[in-house]
Design a protein around this ligand. Sequence first.
Ligand SMILES: Cc1cc2nc3c(=O)[nH]c(=O)nc-3n(C[C@H](O)[C@H](O)[C@H](O)COP(=O)(O)OP(=O)(O)OC[C@H]3O[C@@H](n4cnc5c(N)ncnc54)[C@H](O)[C@@H]3O)c2cc1C
Length: 373
Amino acid sequence: MIGAGLSGSAVAHSLAVRGWSVTVLDQAPGVGAGASGLPAGLAAPHVSPDDNVLSRITRAGVQATLQRAQVLLQSGTDWALTGVLEHKLAGKRKLPADPPDQHSAPASAAQIAAAGLPPGTPALWHAQAGWIRPRQLVAAQLQTPGVQVRWGQQVQGIERRGDEWAVTDAQGQTLGQAPFLVVASAFDSLALLRPLPGFAVPLNPLRGQVSFGRLADLTDAQRQRLPPFPVNGHGSFISGVPTPEGPPGWFMGATFERDCTQTPVRVEDHHANQLRLATLLPALGEAMATQFGPDRVHGWAGLRCSLPNRLPAVGPIDALRLPGLCLSTGMGARGISLAVLCGELTAAWLSQEALPLPAALLKHLAAERFASA
Ligand SMILES: Cc1cc2nc3c(=O)[nH]c(=O)nc-3n(C[C@H](O)[C@H](O)[C@H](O)COP(=O)(O)OP(=O)(O)OC[C@H]3O[C@@H](n4cnc5c(N)ncnc54)[C@H](O)[C@@H]3O)c2cc1C
């Protein structure tokens, strides 16, 4: 495996529980160097009036993630199945007339009021949804017996040697060799895979910044306005989740910036998140305006790795020209919701098991959809 983020750790876990021996190489010194270092994010379904492919795949993904969290993580500190209120701005995100399950429904008057939104605000309630601290999930998945992680290993080259794949560093030294190789190094996968024949996966970087602060630094009046569950719909607001330093905090994000590969935290992005909160939860946005000042707010920025149809690239790229080589990347803004499912798919592919998703959905995720002619 190359890459120990949500994607790589999920594949490693799914393979190891099937009895595989997995070595994960990551260039970073430890967990959470990439997008999966996000301090807190949401596992929440996508809905659409026609229950489109993205909605169906995301629903399956969220279910897989929540099940994994239930087994591996500590509720309340690492994740929580809180339910999520979706503020439907500008009529976005309608439910199908005949909803596929009971987990997403119009929000009740009490839920809308608890969020601090005016009566009658269009909103949905997603019961099977909640917050997760991705680092905790990554760390837990990497601890699966059978998974060995080697940090500080920057892969610069991938080559076929006989029946195996070898990965090399900048000096051409071999870092590892195995019959199967899974590339899960997010946007960096592009540079690693580009020299290989049959590869044409159009991965793009998508910068994002989250603004956050400690609950202890809020006034009583501000604390009283905090919704008791996460709210999304125009970015997302989460509170009561431990900050990276430990004490509970609030989190507002995230910005979206295409074609930027830089991740320093920026003052103007905090301002953009403040404006987002003012639209998402106007009363809270007004009450918390002072918290976004550079002397108070903390930030975290990272790069999502996205694909044109907002769905990842998973599994074999080209079984004939690149046998034994799989991808699990392109999670975009939904890695928390999708990486666990993609890990299960990749492991099922490599283990030649039945795949845990109908073929009609699978073809939209399969990396081989990008195989060049
Ligand atoms: C601001 C922001 C907010 C987000 N909010 C949410 C949210 O609320 N819900 C949600 O579902 N998703 C969210 N996401 C998306 C989610 O964080 C990502 O989709 C997910 O973390 C991607 O995981 P990954 O393992 O594919 O990539 P990464 O976490 O980036 O992992 C890639 C790993 O590969 C390693 N690597 C790279 N190149 C090499 C190399 N050459 N050799 C060795 N190792 C290498 C890196 O060190 C890194 O550890 C958000 C993302 C951002 C940036």
